[in-house]
Design a protein around this ligand. Sequence first.
Ligand SMILES: [Mg+2]
Length: 171
Amino acid sequence: MLKRFLPNQHVQDIFEINPTMLKQKGIKGIITDLDNTLVAWNVPDATPEIVEWFNKMEENGIRVTIISNNNEKRVKLFSEPLKTPFVYSARKPFAKAFKKAAKQMKLSKDEIVVVGDQLMTDVLGGNSAGFYTILVVPIVKTDGVWTRINRRIERKILSWMRKKGLITWKE
Ligand SMILES: [Mg+2]
């Protein structure tokens, strides 16, 4: 059961995810989390590096959808300037938002990667919905209040996985 929390891949940050690596896997779309994945949870706008990352994906024909459990105001304000589709109040780890995003991108599950910084929402949700999942290291160590509760559980799962030898990366 706990294997549902195990990402297919683990990277340091979103910038390790690039069109070359995605194309090798036959990936045409990305479903990404927002807070602490693209920018710190308390930063309202995309940084120039993130804008460039989105542009690079677009140039290479890779579709990106942001799905976030955060509210409409936060997600809209961040996503609209990037002209990228988004789902707010997504209720991850439930599968609904992931499936909706895939449908809107007109891609099948095996053409999409799910990216995020949390096991309890992004990885569990992505895995359960049948996607390839990539875990990124959270941009900042602090979190909003709900995430703090998830992190506590997450730490327990991570230490269990480490003991089992399921993960080898450092914190
Ligand atoms: Mg997050």
